[in-house]
Design a protein around this ligand. Structure first.
Ligand code: PMP
Length: 483
């Protein structure tokens, strides 16, 4: 069969949207219901957010919020900024993107390449903190004359873009056969707009499935941070009032699938290896959810899962074996390539060190964590249960059902330091820990070697924090690692 005639566009803006559906033949093998991926990275800016960017700029011009010579400001994990940079520069505006400092460096580089200015700001601080990205972009929009904050989180043009484009495309491409639509929720624009359209046009027959990182608050998680970028909702433990975006109308979602990071990341890697689709980690979350749903469906059903962006922005993250191992998502024994390598050098592995850190962790108790606001006396009590008298200091005030995420570790504390400070009178039991909080313990993935753990320990750290799936599972004190 000849492929359909590719379109000819007079402007880059006309090349936004119109993405293909590709059947997931390998990952969907054996399932009665076909699963099709809507591959958004085949759009001009490389992500689903081009659609929202174009719609928001056109609406702002129409409403007189954006005038010639104006400046577009936005808080963005990168992709909306890229869309705004393309659309904004084409239409003659200055573009400033406020990017979360945990987003991948490649995203900022791409923004600059398109001519946007990048401002980095933290998001792992309470919402009330003036340094939070949310406030940084608002200040910029107020201070710069003629500036307009795109505000994808609360801008109705964001979900509208999907009511007008993504939804109709999917309905058209499947000839009205789609029964399930699966997408992650960041601002919620994609799932809200596409979901609303598909429900309306199908007379309510389409089921809308949200794909959420397991600990994200959208799907009922504990709000602790996770490793999949751009979707879900993290809540800092000190945030007083949490707000969900208006672009997310949760009534449109029928089912929420909570996907652990490991399942998302492994699925992202399988997409590349088995389907030839190099996508970002939020695509892995969505596909993992789609596969869970499809397992329960029959031949009359048809699942469409939206893949928001390309894996090229994450070559140093999910698509890197070293990164996966560093955060405890990959262990030597689970990695086919290294298994083959080990078999090829059987001798070395016999006389070498134990594979990974699991054997050293056996028998270690659960991680004992001290809150950053603890008193010296309180911390000492907590340290009673800590192996080697060392504990990570974390942001979380209460125990998190999903455990301590490596992302929320801010320091470390040791019993010896506290006892010494109390003895020489430089600290009182009721005082805050303050300067007694030492640097964060180095983290090592459970699949890393003892030699790597020793290297991370260096000359000064009292121990290392061992991670499984990005969560702290144990502290290996210095004594456990060196003689
Ligand atoms: N995945 C990626 C890679 C994204 O950039 C975004 C947008 N932040 C999403 C998923 C979520 O899309 P939406 O904001 O429409 O919910």
């Amino acid at each position: 069969m000849l492929p359909a005639k590719p379109p000819v566009h007079e402007s880059v803006l006309d090349a936004i949207g119109g993405t293909p559906l590709i059947r997931l033949a390998a990952l969907g093998a054996g399932l009665a219901a076909p699963v099709y991926a809507k591959v958004e990275f085949l759009g001009i800016g490389g992500s689903v957010k081009d659609r929202a960017a174009l719609a928001m700029v056109l609406a702002a011009e129409r409403d007189g919020l954006l005038r010639p010579g104006g400046t577009i400001v936005e808080a963005t994990s990168g992709n909306t900024g890229i869309g705004l940079a393309i659309v904004g520069r084409q239409r003659g505006y200055r573009v400033i993107a406020g990017v979360a400092d945990k987003a991948s460096a490649e995203k900022s580089d791409i923004l600059r390449a398109y001519g946007a200015e990048v401002v980095l700001a933290p998001t792992v601080v309470p919402m009330e903190d003036p340094s939070h990205l949310y406030h940084v972009v608002r200040r910029l929009a107020e201070e710069i004359p003629g500036a307009w904050l795109a505000d994808q989180y609360d801008n109705p043009a964001n979900p509208d873009a999907h009511i007008r484009t993504t939804g109709p495309e999917i309905w058209d491409q499947t000839g009205g056969r789609v029964t399930h639509f699966v997408a992650g929720v960041g601002t919620g624009g994609t799932i809200t707009g596409t979901g609303e359209y598909l429900k309306e046009v199908s007379g309510g027959a389409v089921t809308v499935v949200g794909a959420d990182p397991e600990s994200s608050i959208y799907g009922g998680g504990d709000g602790s941070p996770y490793f999949v970028e751009s979707i879900g909702h993290f809540v800092h433990p000190d945030t007083v009032e949490d707000r969900w975006p208006e672009s997310y109308r949760k009534e449109v979602v029928d089912v929420m699938e909570q996907i652990p990071d490991r399942e998302s990341l492994v699925t992202t890697r399988r997409l590349a290896r088995e389907e030839g689709i190099l996508a970002g980690p939020s695509s892995g979350t969505a596909v993992a959810a789609a596969l869970r749903v499809a397992r329960e469906l029959g031949p009359d059903d048809l699942v469409v899962v939206l893949l928001p962006d390309s894996g090229r922005s994450y070559l140093s993250k999910v698509h890197s074996d070293a990164w996966m191992r560093q955060w405890g998502f990959l262990e030597e024994s689970q990695d086919e390539a290294s298994q083959a390598r080990r078999q090829g050098r059987g001798q070395e592995s016999q006389e070498g060190e134990p594979q990974g850190l699991r054997p050293l962790l056996d028998g270690a108790g659960p991680v004992v964590a001290v809150h950053a606001d603890a008193t010296v006396g309180g911390a000492l009590e907590t340290l009673d249960g800590a192996p080697g008298g060392v504990a990570p200091v974390v942001l979380a005030r209460a125990a998190r059902p999903y455990g301590v995420s490596a992302i929320e570790v801010v320091g470390s504390v040791s019993r010896d330091a506290l006892v010494a400070a109390l003895a020489d009178g430089s600290a009182k039991p009721a005082a805050a820990l303050g300067a007694l909080v030492g640097p964060a313990l180095p983290t090592v993935g459970v699949g890393q070697s003892v030699a790597e753990a020793r290297a991370a320990l260096g000359a000064t750290h009292p121990g290392v924090l061992v991670l499984v799936d990005g969560r702290a599972v144990g502290v290996l004190p210095r004594t456990a690692l060196v003689g």
